[in-house]
Design a protein around this ligand. Structure first.
Ligand code: C2O
Ligand code: CU
Length: 643
């Protein structure tokens, strides 16, 4: 069984185990209160329930053991807390309660010691319920606060039930109040217990404390200063992008959008390798909406990264901001606002960026495809034209080589299919794939924010690109080939394998989960990294030149497209299976998966890293990757809201 299935099964069993023990305890208590003759039957039912509860508890233990094989990250809190709290009392129930339930004396004789019969059952029920709570408040790693909270809950429940069963009946409301108090304490302990490790902005008070280099100084070259000898001066490409409201007209109706230059996607920025790119951002948004531009996947100098509160202040309406960078890396990229990105990107504040290599590509047909969902309407934009929610069309001369640069600007992954011609994945996230092999009818999983360049020789017949279940692009119709239905390519195993780094200077682990965590000073259900939500996720600090191995573990039930800014990471392995080592800037970690990636610290700065399901980022799954000695003068919060 896959790890994801085991995670799901475990969550079902959690609840089943709690329900089974609660039912057992409830029925037993009812039986003990009835007159002996009726009570006898009820107690036999309780005995049957107890046996069933023991069976599901055993099943839970088995599932946890299965999960443990995927790694300690998946079971730490279960093995140390949740399971002992139900298994130990369950053993007591089996030994103490079950035989007494089965051997109730016949006739009118009273049941000996109701406390002895019911207490183990009640405690097991509380342990099982506490186990459910444990899954909500404790993630990996198990913190002292989390453990204390869970144990406090259990202890409080045990004391209350002991008193309840005792000869002295306390008034109802008193133990309720006590229980609520303990519950509040437990939540406080769980959430606050693990203190936020280190200030997320290592640089805020930097200037005074430690002499650091401000991200503000890590900017792209000015046009006049760029390049070496006069003859080798780079070509300067200047663009102005104006953020403004717009209306997107689809066949299915009009959509209110936010745009660059009144069009969605924004203008295609297409430059040549070596160019100096200068982009002036003007904000003409209404409603006070601030904007920035982040160059997704393009590893710019940190000061040009466009993250409000980290590398600049958000650009308010009426203001401008200039971005500059040398386009040294050829490939397919995109840009988007990083202010309120979970709202701004879905609404349309994005566009495509292509850096053509200095040496021309073999494909004479080169086209850009942006997949974007407006509300619930999936669309495709071809070469920056207005998006189409029906079938887009393209005519290509048969016999020519073609390149389709597919960009997923959505917050969810998409399954692509290309039917009608064998094709290759020539590039992933902007980088060429060495040893790309032909695929025929195979489908591809493209992460949110990710890009694939697909190349093929245009056949005499039609070619169909599908996105999810939807036919998105028809090349050389009108006939439509059947949609590709082959297996999904494991992108981590595609292309020729390259040797992994020989050694690592640092190890970092990101365990992704959905648990109760502090956000904005309040405990909420958050998308967490190592049990914490933004801004309490400790920022890993690297040193320039280090090679870092990052292990990413998804304990939850959502897919997380992880996106470290400023770097491409090389994929080392997925679920323990060695990868070919492709560099990616957005990699999709599915539930139950464990990815190992290598990051070379070659771009000093303060880098936002987050899940590119931008709603998850807004729910806490974002943090910094910091370089030693780099500081930022910008403040998060207030006007600067990156997610
Ligand atoms: Cu496209 Cu911070 O992301
Ligand atoms: Cu996510």
């Amino acid at each position: 069984m896959t790890t994801a299935r085991l995670i799901a099964l475990d969550q079902i069993l959690f609840v089943l185990v709690a329900a089974a023990w609660a039912a057992t305890a409830g029925v037993a208590l009812a039986g003990l209160r009835q007159p002996a003759a009726d009570g006898r039957r009820t107690l036999l039912i309780a005995a049957a329930l107890c046996a069933a509860a023991i069976v599901v508890t055993a099943l839970r233990v088995a599932v946890t053991l299965g999960l443990a094989r995927a790694g300690w990250w998946f079971v730490a809190e279960k093995v140390t807390l949740a399971l002992p709290l139900v298994v130990l009392p369950a053993l007591a129930s089996a030994v103490v309660s079950l035989p007494r339930l089965l051997r109730v004396p016949p006739g009118d004789a009273p049941v000996p010691s109701p406390r002895l019969v019911a207490f183990p059952l009640l405690i097991t029920a509380y342990g099982a319920v506490t186990g459910v709570a444990c899954g909500v408040v404790v993630s990996y790693p198990v913190t002292a606060g989390g453990a204390a909270a869970v144990l406090a809950l259990f202890a409080a429940a045990a004391v209350v039930s002991w008193r309840l069963l005792g000869p002295v009946r306390t008034p109802h409301h008193r133990w309720q109040t006590a229980g609520t108090g303990v519950l509040a304490l437990a939540v406080a302990l769980a959430v606050g217990g693990g203190r936020p490790g280190g200030a997320p902005h290592s640089g805020h008070d930097g200037g005074a404390a430690a002499p650091g280099l401000s991200v503000d100084l890590l900017r792209g070259p000015a046009a006049s200063a760029a390049g070496g000898p006069a003859g080798a001066r780079p070509r300067v490409r200047r663009f102005t992008l104006t953020a403004q409201p717009a209306t997107v007209r689809l066949a299915s109706g009009a959509v209110d959008a936010w745009s660059f230059d009144g069009q969605v996607p924004g203008p295609v920025l297409r430059v040549r390798q070596g160019d100096l790119v200068e982009v002036v951002l003007r904000n003409r948004m209404t409603d006070g909406q601030a904007v920035t531009i982040h160059w997704h996947g393009y590893d710019v100098p940190s000061g040009e990264d466009g993250v409000p509160g980290v590398t600049q202040d958000a650009v308010a309406p009426g203001q401008t901001h200039v971005y500059r960078f040398r386009a040294e890396d050829a490939g397919t990229y995109w840009y988007h606002s990083h202010q309120d990105s979970s709202v701004a990107v879905p609404r349309g504040l994005f566009g495509l960026l292509v850096v053509d290599p200095a040496v021309p590509l073999p494909e004479s047909e080169d086209h850009l495809l942006a997949l974007h969902t407006f509300g619930t309407r999936p669309t495709l934009s071809v070469d920056g034209a207005a998006p189409v929610d029906g079938l887009a069309r393209l005519a290509l001369p048969p016999g020519t080589r073609a390149r389709l640069r597919v960009v997923n600007t959505d917050t969810r992954p998409v399954v692509l299919g290309l039917a009608g011609a064998p094709y290759r994945i020539a590039a992933v996230d902007g980088g060429d794939v060495p040893g790309a092999t032909d695929l025929d009818g195979a489908r591809l999983h493209l992460a949110a924010g990710g890009r694939y360049d697909l190349t093929f020789t245009v056949p005499s017949g039609p070619v169909l690109l599908t996105a999810g279940d939807r036919p998105a692009l028809l090349v050389n119709g009108p006939a439509t080939p059947p949609a590709a239905a082959g297996a999904i390519v494991d992108i981590t195993r595609y292309g020729a394998a390259t040797a992994p780094p020989a050694r690592f200077d640092q190890e970092i682990t990101w365990v992704l989960d959905k648990t109760l965590a502090l956000a904005d000073g309040l405990p909420r259900l958050a998308q967490t990294v190592n049990g914490k939500a933004w801004p309490n996720i400790p920022a890993p600090v690297v040193r320039r030149g280090q090679t870092v191995r990052i292990t990413v573990v998804n304990r939850g039930t959502d897919t997380h497209p992880m996106h470290p800014h400023g770097h491409h990471v090389r994929i080392l392995s997925r679920n323990g299976v060695p990868a070919t080592g492709l560099p990616m800037d957005t990699f999709d970690v599915a539930p139950g998966e464990v990815w190992e990636v290598a990051l070379t610290a070659d771009n000093p700065g303060m880098w936002m890293s987050h899940c590119h399901d931008l709603a998850h980022a807004a729910q806490g799954m974002e943090f910094h990757l910091a370089y030693e000695g780099i500081t930022t003068p910008y403040e998060m919060g207030g006007r600067n809201r990156p997610a």
